[in-house]
Design a protein around this ligand. Structure first.
Ligand code: TXA
Ligand code: MG
Length: 413
């Protein structure tokens, strides 16, 4: 009996604590899906043999083992395992150090796969939207595949792991736009539960290198498909309540959801609650736990004083930077739309690293996590000042992440 116990223990340990993490390159431009594949589930044509072989290796791990692997999506890198297996999902929480009452998104490659693998039905392409409430149809027609996650009720005969849904009566699902992610899900024919592939609380990873920084030695495989262009996680919406709610701002803006979702979404509500009590269910990240934070202390400047002349505002920011920097060795400054970088970065001092996050909101969103990580990992700064944006368009997701990362250190300018 002891021998069996030991073997079980041993195999559990090697499963999650792989000593070496393999990084396999894949080329997204060689993966071709037909325009209807996200509905009918037809497989992609992959023209590069190495990409095909590496995707098959990763798909085999998802389909036939309980191990978890990292892969690129258009938003951030995901840490994925079969959403149908309790062991796989527990291994995700374990590798990330994530509290298991935070529900995960299940990623699918087609609506046909949703019907077969989550609703447990035989393949049937008639009335393909039959398991999806009408409120979502315009959103799906306009925005899938893409960074949009919807909530559905868990069907009674579902094989979804209850660890993936953290005991809720609903589950979250999306079809990613990234050809690598979709090919992996399609080839394994398995819904993949995948949070971002970072250690819990850190900024999400947007390159394979970021994943290595956090998870090297903890997972067997990373698919490297280059950097993620959206740069923040998907937008999570709940159409099962009235009025519908935008639970987490992300890759699609509030403006896009309310314009492209049809009449139901025109006045959808944005979830405002930033904290939940210990006994409450988590509906959006960072409500209960620290989130998106670099190691360094982060101070966020929020642009709220636009009646005051610009030079006065910049002078005020400069004064605060000088005052707050006292006692810190290396300091990062990230500017965005209002503050000109050369006007707030103290010159002739090597203790400041100054970068511009970008000249428009899309660029800022795409660079946000990567720049926070760069200051943390490459420059080892101990204090970061970030210029936030207004909350229009991508600004809502940008500020959602920055406010959580700042943990209360917020100064209007
Ligand atoms: O872009 C993304 O969505 C990335 C990539 C990898 O696809 N994934 C991601 O997953 O961010 P994750 O697991 O970190 O997002 C989980 C969030 C939860 O914190 C919550 O906001 C929402 O999705 N969620 C999941 N299931 C839910 C449920 N049943 N009810 C309410 N919210 C849910
Ligand atoms: Mg995350």
């Amino acid at each position: 009996m002891w021998k069996r116990l030991y073997q079980n223990l041993y195999s559990n340990t090697t499963r999650t604590m792989s000593s070496k993490t393999k990084v396999l390159k894949v080329d997204p431009s060689c993966i071709h899906f037909s325009p209807t594949s996200y509905l009918d589930g037809s497989l992609p044509i992959i023209t590069d043999p190495i990409t095909k072989q590496n995707l098959m290796e990763a798909a085999n791990i998802i389909r036939n083992t309980n191990e978890v692997i990292a892969f690129p999506t258009e938003t951030v890198y995901g840490l994925g395992g079969s959403a149908l297996s309790n062991e796989s999902v527990l291994n995700i929480y374990k590798a990330k150090n994530r509290p298991s009452d935070n529900p995960l998104i299940s990623h699918i490659s087609s609506i046909d796969q949703l019907n077969r693998r989550i609703f447990n039905e035989e393949k049937n392409l008639e009335n393909i939207f039959r398991n999806i409430p009408e409120v979502y149809h315009p959103l799906i027609n306009n925005l899938w595949p893409g960074p949009l996650t919807i909530l559905l009720s868990i069907p009674p005969n579902s094989k979804l792991s209850h660890f993936a849904t953290a005991g809720q009566t609903t589950f979250a699902v999306r079809i990613p736009e990234s050809p690598v992610a979709r090919a992996l899900i399609a080839l394994s024919d398995t819904p993949i539960a995948a949070p971002s592939a970072n250690t819990s609380t850190k900024p999400s990873p947007t390159t394979a290198l970021h994943v290595i920084q956090d998870l090297d030695g903890r997972i067997p495989l990373i698919l490297d498909g280059g950097s993620c262009h959206v740069g923040v996680e998907s937008t999570v919406v709940d159409g099962l309540v009235s009025p519908p709610v935008l639970l987490r701002p992300g890759g699609f803006t509030y403006e896009e959801i309310s314009k492209l979702g049809g009449p139901n979404w025109e006045h959808c509500v944005v979830e405002k609650k930033m904290h939940v009590g210990n006994m409450e269910k988590v509906r959006t990240p960072g409500m209960k736990y620290k989130h998106y934070s670099p190691k360094a202390k982060l101070i966020l400047f929020t642009p709220e004083m636009d009646k005051i002349p610009l030079m006065e505002r910049i002078h005020c920011v400069k004064t605060i930077i000088e005052r707050e920097s006292k006692g810190f060795k290396t300091i990062g400054i990230l500017t965005s739309l209002v503050i000109p970088q050369d006007l707030v970065c103290p010159d002739n001092s090597s203790k400041y690293i100054c970068e511009s996050l970008g000249s428009n909101r899309k660029e800022i969103q795409s660079n946000l996590f990567a720049f926070l990580r760069k200051l943390d990992e490459d420059y080892n700064v101990d204090l970061i000042f970030v210029e936030g944006t207004d909350k229009n368009e991508e600004g809502l997701a940008i500020m959602n992440r920055l406010i959580k990362a700042a943990g209360g250190n917020i100064i209007p300018f």
